[in-house]
Design a protein around this ligand. Structure first.
Ligand code: ATP
Ligand code: MG
Length: 200
C-alpha cells in the first residue's frame, strides 16, 4: 500500500526468456516502494524488437513467465497483452489496468535501458498521466534520465547484469544457464528445445 492505496507495479517485457534479473528487480522495487504486487506483463508483439530478430512465440514466453513467478511472493504473471493481441503498447495496458483497478496507484517499472527509450513508445505523452515510474539501474548502462514529465523514483539495480540475450546466446552455444534463470524456466527451455541452434 502507498498512502493507504493499493499499489501495483507493472513490469512489461518480452521475457524471451524471463531470468533471475527480472525476478530480482521486481522484488527490489516491490519492497523499496511498498507495492502490493508486481505484474509481469508479457508483450504479445514487442513491435520494437520483432522487426530485427525472431521473437519466441507468445504462449512459450507466457508459460515461462508463469514458471518464473510461481512461488514468488507478490509477483504475478499478467496475460493482458497476449489476450489483446496485435502490437503491444504499454499505454493500452495501463489504460486497461486503470479500468480494472480504478483506485490503485500504478507504477511502471523499467530498467535504465528502457527508461532512456520511453520517448519512442506509442503515445508517450499519455504515459505519465497513467502511472508513476520506477527506474532500475542496469550495470554497464549509464543511469537513465527519464523524460521530465514523469513522477520518477530510482531503485538500485542488481550487482551483475543479466539479460535474456545472454541466456539465448549461451543456450545456443551449449553453455549452462542454470545460474541465470529460475529452475522452472530452465526445465521449460530444455523440454521445448528453445534457443538451441536451429530451433523454431
Ligand atoms: P533482451 O536482452 O532480449 O533485451 P532483457 O534482459 O533486456 O532482454 P526484456 O524482456 O527486454 O529483458 O526486459 C524487460 C524489462 O526488464 C526492461 O525494462 C529491462 O530494462 C528490464 N530488465 C531486464 N533485465 C534487467 C536487469 N538485469 N537489471 C535491470 N533491469 C532489467
Ligand atoms: Mg531488453
Amino acid at each position: 500500500m502507498v498512502g493507504g492505496r493499493r499499489a501495483i507495479g507493472v513490469l512489461g517485457g518480452t521475457f524471451d526468456p524471463p531470468h533471475i534479473g527480472h525476478v530480482g528487480i521486481a522484488h527490489r522495487v516491490r519492497s523499496a516502494l511498498g507495492l502490493d504486487e508486481v505484474l509481469f506483463v508479457v508483450a504479445h508483439d514487442p513491435w520494437q524488437k520483432s522487426g530485427s530478430r525472431t521473437v519466441t512465440a507468445a504462449p512459450h514466453r507466457l508459460a515461462m513467465v508463469e514458471a518464473a513467478v510461481s512461488g514468488e511472493e507478490g509477483l504475478r504473471c499478467c496475460p493482458l497483452e497476449i489476450e489483446r493481441g496485435g502490437p503491444s503498447y504499454t499505454v493500452d495496458t495501463l489504460e486497461e489496468l486503470r479500468r480494472l483497478e480504478p483506485a490503485a496507484i500504478l507504477v511502471l517499472i523499467v530498467g535504465a535501458d528502457a527508461a532512456a527509450q520511453l520517448d519512442t513508445w506509442h503515445r508517450p505523452e499519455d504515459l505519465p498521466g497513467l502511472a508513476r515510474l520506477a527506474v532500475v539501474d542496469r550495470p554497464g548502462m549509464p543511469p537513465a534520465a527519464a523524460p521530465p514529465a514523469w513522477d520518477v523514483v530510482h531503485v538500485e539495480g542488481l550487482p551483475e547484469d543479466i539479460s535474456s540475450s545472454t541466456v539465448r546466446r549461451r543456450v545456443a552455444a551449449g553453455e549452462p544457464v542454470g545460474q541465470l534463470v529460475p529452475d522452472g524456466v530452465l526445465r521449460y527451455i530444455v523440454e521445448h528445445g528453445l534457443y538451441a541452434e536451429g530451433s523454431p
